[in-house]
Design a protein around this ligand. Sequence first.
Ligand SMILES: Nc1nc2c(c(=O)[nH]1)N[C@H]1C(S)=C(S)[C@@H](COP(=O)(O)O)O[C@H]1N2
Ligand SMILES: [Mo]
Length: 199
Amino acid sequence: MSSFSPGFHGRTHRFEGRLPPGQYPTESFPVLSAGPTPQVRTEDWSFTVTAEDGRISRWGWDTMMALPQEDVTVDIHCVTRWSKFDTAWRGVSLDTFLADVETAAEFAVAHSDGGYTTNLPLADLQEGRAWLVHTYDGFRLSPEHGGPVRLLVPHLYFWKSAKWVTGLTLTTEDEPGFWESVGYHNYGDPWREQRAWSD
Ligand SMILES: Nc1nc2c(c(=O)[nH]1)N[C@H]1C(S)=C(S)[C@@H](COP(=O)(O)O)O[C@H]1N2
Ligand SMILES: [Mo]
Protein backbone atom coordinates (compact mmCIF):
# COMPACT_ATOMS: atom_id res chain seq x y z
CA MET A 1 0.00 0.00 0.00
CA SER A 2 1.31 3.41 -0.93
CA SER A 3 1.16 6.19 1.61
CA PHE A 4 1.21 8.84 -1.11
CA SER A 5 -2.00 10.64 -1.85
CA PRO A 6 -3.54 9.87 -5.21
CA GLY A 7 -2.30 12.33 -7.80
CA PHE A 8 1.15 12.67 -6.24
CA HIS A 9 2.08 9.40 -7.88
CA GLY A 10 2.40 9.29 -11.65
CA ARG A 11 3.61 12.44 -13.33
CA THR A 12 0.38 14.13 -14.19
CA HIS A 13 0.74 17.66 -15.43
CA ARG A 14 -1.26 20.18 -17.42
CA PHE A 15 0.16 19.36 -20.81
CA GLU A 16 0.09 15.59 -20.58
CA GLY A 17 -1.06 14.10 -23.87
CA ARG A 18 -0.68 17.39 -25.69
CA LEU A 19 2.91 17.07 -26.93
CA PRO A 20 3.18 15.24 -30.29
CA PRO A 21 6.06 12.76 -30.72
CA GLY A 22 9.52 14.29 -31.17
CA GLN A 23 8.43 17.77 -30.04
CA TYR A 24 9.51 19.90 -27.05
CA PRO A 25 7.43 22.63 -25.42
CA THR A 26 8.55 26.25 -25.61
CA GLU A 27 7.30 29.41 -23.91
CA SER A 28 8.88 31.68 -26.51
CA PHE A 29 7.40 32.32 -29.94
CA PRO A 30 10.13 31.68 -32.53
CA VAL A 31 9.92 33.42 -35.90
CA LEU A 32 10.40 31.20 -38.95
CA SER A 33 10.28 32.93 -42.32
CA ALA A 34 11.77 31.71 -45.58
CA GLY A 35 12.23 35.27 -46.87
CA PRO A 36 11.96 38.93 -45.90
CA THR A 37 9.01 40.13 -43.85
CA PRO A 38 6.56 42.10 -45.99
CA GLN A 39 4.99 45.23 -44.51
CA VAL A 40 1.36 45.12 -45.63
CA ARG A 41 -1.02 47.92 -44.65
CA THR A 42 -4.47 46.75 -43.64
CA GLU A 43 -6.08 49.03 -46.25
CA ASP A 44 -4.01 47.29 -48.95
CA TRP A 45 -4.71 43.76 -47.71
CA SER A 46 -7.21 41.50 -49.44
CA PHE A 47 -8.05 37.82 -49.42
CA THR A 48 -9.02 36.15 -52.68
CA VAL A 49 -10.50 32.69 -53.13
CA THR A 50 -10.21 31.42 -56.69
CA ALA A 51 -12.37 28.40 -57.42
CA GLU A 52 -11.43 25.69 -59.92
CA ASP A 53 -13.63 27.34 -62.58
CA GLY A 54 -11.78 30.62 -62.17
CA ARG A 55 -14.53 32.36 -60.22
CA ILE A 56 -13.15 34.78 -57.67
CA SER A 57 -14.40 35.86 -54.25
CA ARG A 58 -12.59 38.71 -52.52
CA TRP A 59 -12.66 40.28 -49.09
CA GLY A 60 -10.86 43.42 -47.96
CA TRP A 61 -9.83 44.27 -44.38
CA ASP A 62 -13.12 45.98 -43.51
CA THR A 63 -15.32 43.27 -44.99
CA MET A 64 -13.26 40.62 -43.20
CA MET A 65 -13.55 42.47 -39.88
CA ALA A 66 -17.34 42.74 -40.37
CA LEU A 67 -17.64 38.94 -40.51
CA PRO A 68 -18.28 36.93 -37.31
CA GLN A 69 -15.09 36.89 -35.24
CA GLU A 70 -13.91 33.89 -33.22
CA ASP A 71 -11.44 33.59 -30.36
CA VAL A 72 -9.41 30.40 -30.59
CA THR A 73 -6.87 29.03 -28.15
CA VAL A 74 -4.84 26.19 -29.63
CA ASP A 75 -1.52 24.37 -29.45
CA ILE A 76 0.85 24.85 -32.41
CA HIS A 77 3.58 22.49 -33.57
CA CYS A 78 6.52 23.44 -35.77
CA VAL A 79 8.31 20.76 -37.76
CA THR A 80 11.61 22.09 -36.30
CA ARG A 81 10.29 20.45 -33.08
CA TRP A 82 9.02 23.29 -30.94
CA SER A 83 5.45 23.23 -29.75
CA LYS A 84 3.67 26.08 -28.04
CA PHE A 85 0.62 25.46 -25.89
CA ASP A 86 -2.47 27.64 -25.56
CA THR A 87 -1.73 30.26 -28.22
CA ALA A 88 -4.62 32.74 -28.32
CA TRP A 89 -5.84 34.15 -31.63
CA ARG A 90 -8.79 36.10 -32.97
CA GLY A 91 -10.05 35.92 -36.52
CA VAL A 92 -12.58 34.51 -38.95
CA SER A 93 -13.25 30.83 -39.56
CA LEU A 94 -12.48 29.61 -43.07
CA ASP A 95 -15.99 28.11 -42.97
CA THR A 96 -17.33 31.66 -43.03
CA PHE A 97 -15.37 32.56 -46.17
CA LEU A 98 -16.04 29.25 -47.90
CA ALA A 99 -19.80 29.44 -47.24
CA ASP A 100 -19.93 31.98 -50.08
CA VAL A 101 -17.85 29.90 -52.49
CA GLU A 102 -19.26 27.32 -54.87
CA THR A 103 -16.71 24.60 -55.47
CA ALA A 104 -16.26 20.92 -56.09
CA ALA A 105 -12.49 21.16 -55.52
CA GLU A 106 -10.82 18.80 -53.07
CA PHE A 107 -7.55 20.65 -52.60
CA ALA A 108 -6.40 24.13 -51.76
CA VAL A 109 -3.18 26.08 -52.13
CA ALA A 110 -2.68 29.01 -49.77
CA HIS A 111 -0.74 31.94 -51.22
CA SER A 112 1.26 34.53 -49.32
CA ASP A 113 2.64 37.94 -50.04
CA GLY A 114 6.24 37.20 -51.10
CA GLY A 115 5.39 34.04 -53.01
CA TYR A 116 5.22 31.38 -50.26
CA THR A 117 2.64 28.68 -50.88
CA THR A 118 1.40 25.63 -49.02
CA ASN A 119 -1.11 22.98 -50.05
CA LEU A 120 -3.68 21.07 -48.08
CA PRO A 121 -6.90 19.17 -48.60
CA LEU A 122 -9.81 21.61 -48.70
CA ALA A 123 -11.52 19.53 -45.98
CA ASP A 124 -8.73 20.50 -43.57
CA LEU A 125 -9.77 24.13 -43.91
CA GLN A 126 -13.38 23.28 -43.03
CA GLU A 127 -15.49 22.30 -40.02
CA GLY A 128 -13.94 24.70 -37.56
CA ARG A 129 -10.34 23.67 -38.10
CA ALA A 130 -8.83 26.73 -39.81
CA TRP A 131 -9.00 30.50 -39.48
CA LEU A 132 -7.66 33.72 -40.92
CA VAL A 133 -6.30 35.46 -37.84
CA HIS A 134 -5.38 39.12 -37.30
CA THR A 135 -4.87 39.20 -33.54
CA TYR A 136 -2.48 37.29 -31.29
CA ASP A 137 -2.67 37.43 -27.49
CA GLY A 138 -4.93 40.47 -27.63
CA PHE A 139 -2.75 42.50 -29.97
CA ARG A 140 -2.72 43.06 -33.72
CA LEU A 141 -0.63 40.28 -35.27
CA SER A 142 2.92 41.54 -35.82
CA PRO A 143 4.49 41.43 -39.30
CA GLU A 144 7.08 38.83 -38.16
CA HIS A 145 4.29 36.43 -37.23
CA GLY A 146 2.37 37.03 -40.44
CA GLY A 147 0.43 40.22 -39.84
CA PRO A 148 -1.79 41.77 -40.84
CA VAL A 149 -3.45 38.40 -41.52
CA ARG A 150 -2.21 34.82 -41.51
CA LEU A 151 -3.74 31.42 -41.95
CA LEU A 152 -4.02 29.28 -38.80
CA VAL A 153 -4.36 25.50 -39.25
CA PRO A 154 -3.25 24.22 -35.85
CA HIS A 155 -3.94 20.51 -36.39
CA LEU A 156 -1.15 20.37 -39.02
CA TYR A 157 2.53 21.34 -38.66
CA PHE A 158 2.82 25.10 -38.51
CA TRP A 159 4.35 25.48 -41.98
CA LYS A 160 0.79 25.01 -43.28
CA SER A 161 -0.24 28.21 -41.47
CA ALA A 162 0.75 30.64 -44.22
CA LYS A 163 1.82 34.05 -42.95
CA TRP A 164 0.82 37.23 -44.88
CA VAL A 165 -1.91 35.20 -46.55
CA THR A 166 -3.42 36.76 -49.66
CA GLY A 167 -5.55 33.98 -51.05
CA LEU A 168 -6.53 30.41 -51.69
CA THR A 169 -6.62 28.61 -54.99
CA LEU A 170 -9.04 25.69 -55.01
CA THR A 171 -7.93 22.83 -57.23
CA THR A 172 -9.12 19.42 -58.33
CA GLU A 173 -5.53 18.09 -58.37
CA ASP A 174 -3.20 18.32 -55.39
CA GLU A 175 -0.32 20.75 -56.07
CA PRO A 176 2.65 20.74 -53.68
CA GLY A 177 3.52 24.10 -52.12
CA PHE A 178 6.87 25.69 -51.27
CA TRP A 179 8.12 23.26 -48.59
CA GLU A 180 6.11 20.29 -49.84
CA SER A 181 7.91 20.42 -53.19
CA VAL A 182 11.36 20.24 -51.54
CA GLY A 183 10.80 17.25 -49.32
CA TYR A 184 8.44 18.18 -46.50
CA HIS A 185 5.56 15.80 -46.03
CA ASN A 186 2.57 16.55 -48.24
CA TYR A 187 0.06 16.45 -45.34
CA GLY A 188 2.07 17.16 -42.17
CA ASP A 189 0.14 15.62 -39.27
CA PRO A 190 2.24 16.23 -36.11
CA TRP A 191 0.59 13.31 -34.28
CA ARG A 192 1.79 10.91 -36.99
CA GLU A 193 5.13 12.72 -37.20
CA GLN A 194 4.72 13.41 -40.91
CA ARG A 195 7.80 15.63 -41.24
CA ALA A 196 9.32 14.51 -44.54
CA TRP A 197 8.20 12.71 -47.73
CA SER A 198 9.54 9.47 -46.32
CA ASP A 199 7.58 9.61 -43.03
N1 LIG B 1 4.46 33.23 -45.93
C1 LIG B 1 5.10 32.39 -45.12
N2 LIG B 1 4.36 31.69 -44.24
C2 LIG B 1 4.98 30.82 -43.39
C3 LIG B 1 6.37 30.63 -43.43
C4 LIG B 1 7.11 31.39 -44.37
O1 LIG B 1 8.34 31.28 -44.47
N3 LIG B 1 6.44 32.25 -45.20
N4 LIG B 1 6.98 29.74 -42.58
C5 LIG B 1 6.12 28.67 -42.05
C6 LIG B 1 6.76 27.94 -41.00
S1 LIG B 1 7.92 26.80 -41.42
C7 LIG B 1 6.37 28.08 -39.70
S2 LIG B 1 6.97 27.09 -38.47
C8 LIG B 1 5.46 29.16 -39.30
C9 LIG B 1 6.18 30.06 -38.34
O2 LIG B 1 5.33 31.06 -37.87
P1 LIG B 1 5.94 32.08 -36.83
O3 LIG B 1 7.11 32.75 -37.50
O4 LIG B 1 4.81 33.01 -36.51
O5 LIG B 1 6.37 31.27 -35.65
O6 LIG B 1 5.00 29.95 -40.38
C10 LIG B 1 4.78 29.23 -41.58
N5 LIG B 1 4.21 30.13 -42.52
MO1 LIG C 1 8.26 25.48 -39.48
